[in-house]
Design a protein around this ligand. Structure first.
Ligand code: PMP
Ligand code: GLN
Length: 383
C-alpha cells in the first residue's frame, strides 16, 4: 500500500529543526519561542494542590466554569466586551488546537482563506486538511503593516475566512484600530469570517495598546478570537488555551472541539483559574516585564553588527544580518550562527509562500533569564 500524503509539502517544523540543531551543538536556544525561566510558584503549587485534591478526571467539554469565568471577566475588564462565560468561552488544549478547530468549523472544500505572510506555520496545514486554499498576502516591508488595497483585490466569491495575528509572530508588528476598521469595511457585505490569533495579547510595549477583535463590536460578531495561557503565564508546555466567539459560532466550534480532544487537562485548568483569581494584576505587569527583557537584549546588541528596530510586541526581536553575511540566505545564516557561533534563531523566509528577495532577517526569542540574554549578547557581538 502506498499512503498518499494529505500534507505532501509539510516536514518537521522550523521550531523543531532549530531546537534540535541548538541542542546538538550546545547552542543558546533563542529559536523556538518559550521562556527559559520557570512559571510562578503559586501556579505550580496550585497544580499540585488540585492533583492531590483529586481533580484528575475529564473536565467539562467546554472547560471548567471557574476558568471560563476568569477569562470572561478579564475580557470584560480589558476589552469592555461582556462575553458570556457559558456560551462564548471554550477552553482548549492549546491555542493550536483552537485554531485547528476554528478552521475545520469554518472552511469548506474549495473555500479561500486569506493569510498574511510571514504567517504562523500552523494555519495553512489546517486549511489544507479542511479542503480549503490559502491566499497569501505579503505584509509591507519593512514595517510589516497591511496593504488593505491588496487585501481588497484578493477578495473573491470564494473567500470564506481571514486569519489575522496581532501582536504578530514573527515580526512583533501590531494591527491598529484603523486596520480593524478597514477590515470591517471591506468584509461588511460579504459572508466572511474572521479568525484572530491573539496569543501575545499581553506582550505589547512602549505604552502602546493591543487592538483586540474582542473590543471591536462589529468584527466580533463574525469572529473567533484565540489566546494561549502558555504565553501569558510562562507555561508553554501546559498547552492550554481558549477560543471566544459569539454563541451561534461557539456552538459549532464546540462540535468540532468535542471530537478533536473533547476537553483540556483538568488540574491545569483549576490551577490557572485559581491564579487568575488571586493575581489578576499578572497580565497588567507583563508588558513591563517583557519590555525590560527586550531592552536588555537590544542594549546587549547595541555594538554588534546586527541592525534592528526594538520590537513593538511579542517576545521576539528581529535582527538584520546583512552587514555580516549577505552571501547567506536566512536559513543558511540561522544554521551558521547555531553551528559556528552557538546561538540558534529562526529564519523568516520559512513563514512566506514567496519569500522576499533582499531580506536578511532572523527572529530571536527574548523570553529568557538575564544571564541568558547577556551571554547571547556576548556571542552575537563577537561576530
Ligand atoms: N499562534 C501563534 C502566533 C504562536 O506563536 C503560537 C505559539 N507559539 C501559537 C499560536 C500556539 O499556542 P499554543 O502553544 O497555546 O498552542
Ligand atoms: N509558537 C512558537 C514559536 O513561534 C513555537 C511553537 C511550536 O514549536 N510549535 O516559536
Amino acid at each position: 500500500m502506498q499512503l498518499q500524503s494529505k500534507l505532501p509539502h509539510v516536514g518537521l517544523t522550523i521550531f523543531t529543526q532549530m531546537s534540535q540543531l541548538a541542542s546538538a551543538h550546545g547552542a543558546l536556544n533563542l529559536s523556538q519561542g518559550f521562556p527559559d525561566f520557570d512559571a510562578p510558584d503559586a501556579l505550580k503549587d496550585a497544580v499540585q494542590r488540585h492533583v492531590q485534591a483529586g481533580h484528575n478526571q475529564y473536565a467539562p467539554m467546554t472547560g471548567i466554569a471557574a476558568l471560563r469565568e476568569q477569562v470572561a471577566s478579564k475580557i470584560a475588564r480589558l476589552y469592555r466586551n461582556p462575553v458570556c462565560a457559558e456560551q462564548e468561552v471554550t477552553i482548549t488544549p492549546g491555542a493550536t488546537q483552537a485554531l485547528f478547530c476554528a478552521i475545520q468549523t469554518l472552511v469548506r472544500v474549495g473555500d479561500e482563506v486569506i493569510v498574511f505572510d510571514p504567517c504562523y506555520d500552523s494555519y495553512e496545514p489546517a486549511v489544507t486538511l479542511a479542503g480549503g486554499r490559502c491566499v497569501h498576502i505579503a505584509l509591507n516591508s519593512p514595517d510589516f503593516s497591511v496593504d488593505w488595497q491588496i487585501f481588497a483585490d484578493a477578495l473573491t466569491e470564494r473567500t470564506r475566512l481571514v486569519i489575522i495575528n496581532s501582536p504578530h509572530n514573527p515580526s512583533g508588528a501590531l494591527l491598529r484600530q484603523a486596520d480593524l476598521n478597514q477590515l470591517a469595511d471591506l468584509i461588511r457585505e460579504r459572508d466572511i469570517y474572521l479568525l484572530s490569533d491573539e496569543v501575545y495579547e499581553h506582550l505589547v510595549f512602549d505604552g502602546q495598546l493591543h487592538s483586540s477583535v474582542l473590543a471591536h463590536e462589529e468584527l466580533y460578531q463574525r469572529a473567533c478570537v484565540v489566546s494561549s495561557f502558555g504565553k501569558t503565564y510562562h507555561v508553554t508546555g501546559w498547552k492550554t488555551g481558549y477560543m471566544v466567539a459569539p454563541p451561534a459560532l461557539t456552538e459549532e466550534l464546540r462540535k468540532v472541539h468535542q471530537y478533536v480532544s473533547f476537553c483540556a487537562v483538568t488540574p491545569l485548568q483549576y490551577a490557572l483559574a485559581d491564579f487568575m483569581q488571586a493575581q489578576p494584576e499578572h497580565v497588567d505587569q507583563l508588558p513591563a516585564f517583557y519590555q525590560h527583557k527586550r531592552d536588555q537584549l537590544c542594549q546587549a546588541l547595541q555594538y554588534s553588527r546586527f541592525t534592528f528596530v526594538p520590537t513593538a510586541s511579542t517576545y521576539f526581536q528581529l535582527l538584520d544580518y546583512r552587514n555580516i553575511r549577505d552571501d547567506l540566505n536566512d536559513v543558511q545564516m540561522a544554521h551558521w550562527l547555531t553551528t559556528e557561533h552557538g546561538v540558534a534563531s529562526i529564519p523568516l523566509s520559512v513563514f512566506y509562500q514567496r519569500p522576499p528577495t533582499e531580506q536578511y532577517l532572523l527572529r530571536v526569542c527574548f523570553a529568557k533569564r538575564a544571564q541568558t540574554l547577556e551571554l547571547a549578547g556576548e556571542k552575537l557581538c563577537a561576530i
